[in-house]
Design a protein around this ligand. Structure first.
Ligand code: UTP
Length: 287
């Protein structure tokens, strides 16, 4: 049973400036919850009990969000706001959270390396802190953990994207019997569409065994002069089997402004409270 997860949340979030100058992008809300809370809820729903969040300077709001605020709780209690009080308390008990600093922002691979001593020899999950994966059936992390149980090998979440956007992602090459679970044969970071081996991209969730750290430690700086997780995975793939799972669900990359806008509308339209008023408002815009 995999019980540990790592959430990289140290990045600058330059795509969401100026907002991210003073507020971590992982704290961008969809309706009333910050992205990283959805991510932690997904991990907890998959049975993860210990989570290491990789942070950097200026990310204190993440720690504050998950720390109990007793004077606020006291006020809510005294004013009879028990529903929201219960909700706040349930956030505190989602999982045991740990924090570590990434001193220099040298890329996702370097961020994951900061988790080495937390992980020890256990297999573990990685969930990017700026991306929500929604699913009507099963939390996406649970789907990946099931695939890990089956293969006993590292497995990443895969999403099919339009060919013209492959240059934004890590792209896989591989084969599948069921068009769901792919055995990987190659990985390319941000290839131009004409050079992409497929249009299946790594979608912000991973399950690794602890030997990923051996490869990360040997990985030189790559694209963007950063230590790329994909480069370490490519080295690992030469020596062991790895898999990709086309998950059942949808990816919402909140670090990207258009995805953020679309996700806010979609989550509102899926909520009992906001669906009707939002639909009425859209109608009233006469567009
Ligand atoms: P992104 O590339 O989306 O994050 O990394 P970024 O660099 O913050 O974003 P932009 O491109 O400048 O807008 C994916 C995840 O990896 C984390 C980010 O916080 C994000 O959750 N990350 C990235 C780190 O923790 N450390 C890094 O050095 C880079």
């Amino acid at each position: 049973m995999i019980k540990k997860a790592v959430i990289p949340a140290a990045g600058f979030g330059t795509r969401f400036l100026p907002f991210t100058k003073a507020v971590p992008k992982e704290m961008i809300p969809i309706i009333d919850k910050p992205v990283i809370q959805y991510v932690i809820e997904e991990a907890a729903a998959a049975g993860i009990t210990d989570i290491l969040i990789i942070v950097s300077r200026g990310k204190m709001a993440i720690q504050d969000h998950f720390n109990p605020e007793f004077s606020l709780e006291d006020r809510l209690q005294k004013t009879g706001k028990t529903e929201i009080l219960e909700e706040l308390r349930s956030i505190d008990s989602l999982a045991k959270l740990h924090f570590v600093y990434q001193q220099e922002l040298n890329g996702l691979g370097d961020a994951v390396l900061q988790a080495k001593s937390f992980v020890g020899n256990d297999p573990f999950a990685i969930l990017l802190g700026d991306t929500v994966l929604s699913s009507a059936t099963k939390p996406v992390t649970s789907q990946l953990l099931d695939a890990y149980e089956k293969t006993k090998s590292p497995v990443v979440a895969l999403e099919e994207v339009p060919w013209e956007v492959t240059s934004r992602y890590g792209v896989i090459d591989g084969a599948s019997d069921d068009e769901k679970l792919y055995e990987l044969s190659g990985l390319v970071e941000k290839p131009a569409p004409e050079k992409a081996p497929s249009n299946l991209v790594i979608a912000s969730r991973y399950v690794f065994t602890a030997d990923i750290f051996d490869y990360l430690e040997k990985t030189p700086r790559g694209k963007g002069n950063e230590i790329q997780l994909t480069d370490a995975m490519r080295a690992m793939l030469k020596e062991r089997n790895m898999y990709g799972l086309k998950f059942d669900g949808k990816r919402h990359d909140i670090g990207n402004k258009l995805d953020f806008i679309k996700s806010t509308i979609e989550f509102a339209l899926n909520s009992d409270e906001y669906r009707q008023p939002v639909l009425e408002y859209i109608k009233s815009l006469d567009i």
